[in-house]
Design a protein around this ligand. Structure first.
Ligand SMILES: Nc1nc2c(c(=O)[nH]1)N[C@H]1C(S)=C(S)[C@@H](COP(=O)(O)O)O[C@H]1N2
Ligand SMILES: [Mo]
Length: 393
């Protein structure tokens, strides 16, 4: 294996030898220097308390604290639907069942003995939105083994079509059938097609930023689906089941959907409007302004882009009623990381201002405005342009 060592790596190596590696930020944006200040946002909800909720079940990211590519593990957002199981890593076994050559139970040691990979992956919950100042998002370096390698090692039966991933978390769920409701015990489950499972990207991950995943983050083992919304990243994996039929669990087929009207007036009964229901899979193109800092008389706007891994063509920023101005994408962005951008805001005057960003990808897809999304009926997948208000003193 050939290894390219960059100057930064060798600097890190030298400093690591001195025990000082933690001092080197992973990204070029420096921490606030003496004399730098954060410009306050005036658009925050009255009650705005990012971080851990009172029950300790959800943590949101305070995006004003973003200062690099990797979200520190102790700030990384977490959320889930049921309980947060605590699983003993030493006795942990991942079951692989269904249409496979030989059902298997793999320990963490079995997985770690395979060829492991590192992947920087940024993602958001599909419910992430301006309402919570986009705090259900983060980006980290995950370590694990490609799902494809595990499936190939076990051997997939040729009749398999669907790969269902179950979490250890379970509880009562309403299963609704034509107006009848059955409250039954269910495991959290999501599925992907075998074709997607065999792509090189999905990994079964045990580390975040070089440390074992803590239980809130789905430790000891979770799926990471690069470029997909959070819900696909099944935590606390207990079983991977291969089958021929579609998997219809609530989190797959019922509760994670969007309903969008295309064409016509968008009126609910307009026969010229086609109503399309979609699964929540790949992330829709979004940019967010996260932070504004002042150095002397200079102002810099910082934000991030999330998408499905399609190369980003441009990010632009607009101040008040001005024209769209190009922002700069950070050189350290990678295909599945969130894409950090900065914009040097010249001539900012005292008072309140509105800043908004929009991203365009290499396929010509442009981030929609809120108005463009008005025929989207479910709140999931809100990737609308997010105008921010700041106060310059
Ligand atoms: N087992 C399990 N995995 C899960 C969930 C869950 O409820 N149970 N929630 C999903 C949702 S909706 C999101 S947004 C992500 C959040 O991942 P995080 O907690 O690492 O941020 O986990 C996903 N994986
Ligand atoms: Mo989510």
């Amino acid at each position: 294996m050939s290894v390219t060592i960059t100057r930064r790596d060798s600097l890190r190596g030298a400093l690591a030898a001195l025990g000082a590696v933690a001092l080197i930020p992973e990204w070029a944006l420096p921490a606030l220097a003496a004399g730098d200040t954060d410009v306050p946002f005036t658009d925050l909800p009255k009650v705005f308390a990012p971080g851990l909720n009172a029950a300790g079940t959800t943590r949101t990211l305070d995006i004003r604290k973003i200062d690099g590519q990797l979200t520190p593990a102790d700030q990384f957002f977490f959320i889930q639907h049921k309980n947060q199981p605590k699983i003993d890593a030493a006795s942990y076994r991942l079951k692989i069942s269904g249409l496979v050559k030989q059902p298997a139970e793999l320990s963490l040691a079995d997985l770690k003995a395979m060829h492991t990979v590192d992947l920087i992956n940024g993602y958001e919950c599909s419910g992430n939105s301006p309402r919570g100042i986009q705090g259900l998002s983060s980006c980290g370096r995950f370590t694990g083994v490609p799902l494809s390698a595990v499936l190939k090692k076990i051997g997939v039966d040729p009749t398999a079509r669907e790969v269902v991933l179950f979490g250890t978390d379970r509880g009562k769920e309403d299963v609704v059938f034509r107006g009848q409701t059955f409250a039954v015990d269910q495991q959290f489950g999501r599925s992907i097609t075998l074709e997607n499972a065999l792509k090189p990207e999905p990994i079964l991950a045990w580390n975040l930023n070089g440390e074992p995943l803590v239980f809130q983050q789905g430790g000891p083992l979770r799926l990471i689906m690069p470029g997909w919304y959070g819900v696909a990243n099944v935590k606390w994996l207990s079983e991977i089941h291969l089958q021929e039929e579609r998997f219809l669990g609530n989190y797959q087929a019922r509760w994670y959907r969007s309903l969008v009207g295309i064409g016509g007036s968008g009126g609910e009964m307009d026969t010229n409007t086609q109503w399309v229901e979609n699964e929540i899979t790949k992330m829709h193109l979004k940019s967010v302004i996260a932070r504004v800092r002042k150095t002397g008389e200079a102002h810099q706007v910082l934000g991030f882009v999330l998408n499905d891994g399609t190369p980003v063509k441009s990010v632009e920023v607009k101040v008040d009623d001005g024209s769209w101005q190009p922002a700069k994408l950070d050189a350290k962005n990678t295909r599945f990381s969130w894409k950090l951008f900065t914009y040097d805001w010249k001539g900012a005057t005292a008072g309140e201002h509105t800043l908004v960003s929009r991203v365009t990808d290499a396929n010509g897809m442009v981030q929609p405005t809120l108005d463009d999304l008005k025929t989207k009926k479910t709140f999931l997948q809100d990737n609308s342009q997010f105008p921010r208000k700041v106060m310059i003193s």
